[in-house]
Write a protein that binds this ligand. Sequence first.
Ligand SMILES: Nc1ncnc2c1ncn2[C@@H]1O[C@H](COP(=O)(O)OP(=O)(O)OP(=O)(O)O)[C@@H](O)[C@H]1O
Ligand SMILES: [Mg+2]
Length: 171
Amino acid sequence: MPDATDLVLEASRVIGPGVIAVFARPGAGKTTLLRSLLLRWPGSRAAVDPEYQMQYSTGRICYLDLLGDDWRDLPRGGLIAIDEVDRLMARGPKEARWVLDLVNMARPWGISVAFSARRPSAVRRDLTACARIMALGQITERLDREYLSAWYPEAETLRSIKEFRFRVIRL
Ligand SMILES: Nc1ncnc2c1ncn2[C@@H]1O[C@H](COP(=O)(O)OP(=O)(O)OP(=O)(O)O)[C@@H](O)[C@H]1O
Ligand SMILES: [Mg+2]
């Protein structure tokens, strides 16, 4: 059975550049999935902020400096991963603006953006609405399932997804 990384890669290949949202309870494997996606992405790869537990042994992934680097320098077809996007956006208006500009501009620029959050309901709806692919793991909070039901009517079933499993949906 293909794992979530395979499913996301395949969906991205079919629908082209876009935003990938990864939502699941703490410890469900979001960081691991983002890391695996970055490692296997066929184009250029970049991650935002190593402070968020994203450490890569290969050293082939560059980290973007929010204040310095311009993501538009990434070649078309690339992937930018943002772990714990809700925490990043809560840091301040500059960070929030950076993320919103990125998700709005990335697709026309030919760049994909994958972001994760433990609590989807902590993510601005306009950000979640940009997602064309979602990888959904176990969601334990009812409020989060209700939030997701705007995009995924079967969100209630996410309460019982098995450990480290993700359901990958296209929007
Ligand atoms: N598919 C998997 N199979 C086995 N172990 C896994 C898998 N995915 C993640 N793990 C392990 O489970 C633990 C939690 O994974 P990870 O850090 O990716 O979760 P997370 O969703 O990012 O958690 P948090 O919300 O706390 O950041 C790690 O020790 C990781 O190695
Ligand atoms: Mg994590």
